[in-house]
Design a protein around this ligand. Structure first.
Ligand code: ADP
Length: 545
């Protein structure tokens, strides 16, 4: 017998409809690409989204068409998210930091019909345009006055398109399984793989985003995603903010500028911000150099790669709580977050901090398990380490057009994340490594994340990566690659001594190499692949493991 509850589809359109009715005056503030701050409200954004939906229709958009974006975190990108999905097309956010060949690959793979781009990406688009046959027009996100001189074929002005259209729109009643967005994983090996989001997945994710033991987002908050809208929907914040009535503060192209971040936090009363560790190290460096505070900020969500304990301590000194989080493009992206269980409150400080440093716990919607090489489930005892598998209503079930990651999904609907983890008796997960980044020494695994975390806690170390390098006796041994802070003198002996008593002796790296620059991937993470290539064939000094 079926129950008698309405079966309303879960649609992205309803998020903005809700915001303009219930939170019409709540602001979206963005740093603009041209400089200066733009501010408008959810009511304004709704009207402009209606205009944009009409403009897409006028361009000839049909259900399911892909609309590419090459854009920073701004109000216009926000409008694109909602106008595309709401009208039944798919917002394909493109990461401009990918290599040109990868960009060409994904635009052609997605068969984008239009490319909406910020003025700062016009040069990039011009260089790619001859290789992008599916693009019918390039819509530049600016006013008529700011339209650049460009060789792009069929270049249109975004504001001109909007100005010509009415500010209400008859949003279609879509099936909630309709595709809403497309984001390619940066793919350290092989081609990038497309993750195709649905209305249903995005709405459920935006609900879970706000739960108290997730990000705890409410209408009393102002949230600043310092994670790009071109990468996993800025972790879902542009959907969660209007759903929960929170003010949305968008840093535009200046995400690595500590001064801009600090002034946005203080001027706009940002209570919660999110981003990868690199971004926050830049802010902390700025605060150390220039002074001042970040008083309104109450919590920061740090994920995308492991958050060093030193960074958590630095935030704590400013009265900001760090919530460590883990996720992936394939998971929309939230999967694990760290908030303390009530019983931890009675524990000694040191033990509490050790729990904060773990990756965190699951929450409703994401099921997790760790398995051994034969897919046997391992116990949650904090000791057993295995492949982390997940499933849930915002986890991807296959890649776009069925291409890539053939063995990622098993027959029971579990997705193999490619990460390796332990889970303790409290349900707290510790991600120890990415499968391909693990270091196998004499048949035993060494966790590179822990080695890096410890290195970054040593004075004078700005950034560190532990990579596996071939070793004649042990198969592989860890090599630590370090970028020093400006003017710091820290040397190899100091660093190696720093590991004593912090890890088993055989985990201690065999050598340290100092470099001026550590390579990063398109999503701002340390590129272990590039480092492994650079140090392939490395000649070990005589020190024994
Ligand atoms: P890409 O790295 O290709 O950009 P994602 O952004 O989807 O793809 O990255 C997901 C991966 O990032 C995870 O599988 C995991 O390896 C890593 N990651 C994310 N958050 C954390 C974290 N808190 N600790 C350790 N690793 C993390």
């Amino acid at each position: 017998m079926h129950g008698l509850i309405m079966e309303r589809e879960l649609l992205i359109t309803d998020i903005l409809q809700h915001a303009r009715r219930n939170h019409p005056d709540v602001e979206i503030v963005s740093e603009t690409v041209g400089g200066g701050r733009h501010r408008h409200t959810y009511a304004d954004a709704f009207e402009r989204t209606c205009r944009l939906a009409h403009a897409l229709d006028r361009l000839g958009a049909k259900r399911g068409d892909r609309v590419g974006t090459l854009a920073w975190n701004t109000h216009r990108h926000f409008e694109l998210y909602f106008a595309t999905a709401g009208g039944g097309t798919v917002c394909h956010t493109i990461n401009p930091r990918l290599f040109p060949d990868q960009l060409v690959y994904i635009v052609n793979h997605a068969e984008d019909r239009w490319l909406f781009l910020d003025t700062s990406f016009v040069g990039l688009a011009e260089s790619l345009a001859p290789r992008l046959p599916s693009i019918e027009a390039y819509v530049i996100l600016c006013d008529r006055d700011d339209m650049p001189d460009t060789s792009l074929p069929n270049a249109l002005c975004y504001e001109e398109l909007l100005a010509a259209e009415p500010d209400d729109y008859d949003w279609p009643a879509l099936d909630e399984r309709t595709a809403s967005g497309l984001c390619y994983t940066s793919g350290t090996t092989g081609h990038p793989k497309g993750v195709l989001y649905t209305h249903r997945g995005i709405v459920l994710h935006a609900m879970a985003f706000a739960w108290p033991d997730s990000n705890d987002l409410s209408m009393r908050d102002a949230i600043m995603p310092v994670v790009p809208m071109f990468h996993v929907n800025a972790w879902g914040s542009p959907f969660a903010a209007p759903m929960h009535g929170a003010k949305l503060v968008l840093p535009g192209p200046r995400m690595l500028d500590g001064h801009v971040l600090q002034s946005l936090i203080n001027d706009e009363g940002v209570t919660i911000a999110m981003g990868v560790p690199t971004i926050w190290m830049a802010l902390m460096q700025h605060l150390r150099d220039k002074g001042g505070d970040i008083k309104p900020m109450n919590r920061v969500i740090i994920g995308g790669s492991a958050c060093p304990v030193a960074l958590m301590d630095a935030f704590r000194a400013y009265g900001v709580q760090v919530r460590h989080a883990w996720g992936m493009t394939e998971m929309s992206p939230l999967g694990i977050i760290n908030t303390p269980r009530p019983e931890f409150a009675d524990w000694p400080e040191k033990r509490q901090r050790a729990m904060d440093a773990k990756t965190g716990h699951g929450f409703f919607g994401v099921q997790m398990k760790i398995v051994d090489d034969d897919d046997n489930e391992l116990p949650w005892d904090g000791e057993a380490v295995g492949a982390l598998k997940v499933r849930g209503p915002w986890v991807c079930r296959a890649y776009y057009r069925g291409e890539g990651g053939d063995d990622a999904h098993d027959d029971n609907g579990w997705f193999n994340t490619g990460d390796v983890a332990s889970i303790d008796e409290y349900g707290f997960v510790q991600i120890t490594d990415r499968n391909k980044d693990m270091i196998k020494s004499g048949g035993e695994w060494i966790g590179s994340i822990e080695l890096e975390n410890i290195a970054v806690g040593c004075e004078g170390v700005a950034e560190a990566a532990a990579i596996a390098v071939e070793h004649p006796k042990w198969g592989e041994r860890p090599l630590l690659v370090v970028r020093r802070e400006d003017d710091a003198q820290v040397d190899e002996a100091t660093l190696l001594a720093w590991y004593e008593d912090k890890v088993p002796h055989w985990w201690i790296p065999d050598a340290v190499e100092f470099v001026d620059e550590i390579p990063h991937t398109a999503t701002g993470k340390i590129s272990k692949l590039a480092l492994r290539e650079r140090f392939a064939g490395y000649r070990w000094k005589l020190r024994e493991a």
